[in-house]
Design a protein around this ligand. Sequence first.
Ligand SMILES: *[C@@H]1O[C@H](CO)[C@@H](O)[C@H](O)[C@H]1NC(C)=O
Length: 216
Amino acid sequence: MVIIIVFRFEQSFKVCLCQICGYKRLKAEIEIIRTTKYDSQNEEHEEKLQQLWTLLMPDVKLEKRISKQWTEIGFQGDNPMTDFRGMGMLGLNQLLYFASIYTEKSRNLLSHSKHPKYGYSYAIVSINMTSLLYEILSNGALRTHFYNIKTEKPSLQDFHEVYCYLFLEFDKFWFDEKPKDIMEFGRVRKKFKQEILHRLMSESTTVLKMDISKES
Ligand SMILES: *[C@@H]1O[C@H](CO)[C@@H](O)[C@H](O)[C@H]1NC(C)=O
């Protein structure tokens, strides 16, 4: 009996240690991607940007690389490169992850973001949700989620899944808040972050996971 208990303790102790170093490792991995600046000389980067366009706008051809068309998917100007700023390639990778894994969902969200009254810039808000996710990863709040989803170390994909969840949840939150205009973004973002932190802290069993049954 005693032996079994000791064995179990050792097992869960190992799982626990693995999760702690797993979280650290994930943070380090994310940091490398985030600090990688978008580089228009880099073919891989350029390819990803083109892919993003094709996935979100399957029926519209991008006429040229530098184009006002980028604003149709919510970038600010004619060159998305300038919008990644502090999030670097992490911002682009997450936009692309969502569009490639949940293509229908991302297209629906893009059209939702063009709502006449409560519309927002899809890509800009996406990059901002990447930054919100990065904040809660950095301050350790995301540990609850990763410790609850599984026993092994969290992967990059697990991290991207949380971003998809956050982006979709933010969209709902934004519409529920009925903001007067985009100037309210800062206020709504702050309230949303508090809500997410609250979810992570109030329940030890919290996981930030999309409701797949609502797959569209
Ligand atoms: C996200 O939005 C907040 C509020 O407007 C702003 O302060 C912050 O700089 C933005 N971050 C990024 C990376 O866009």
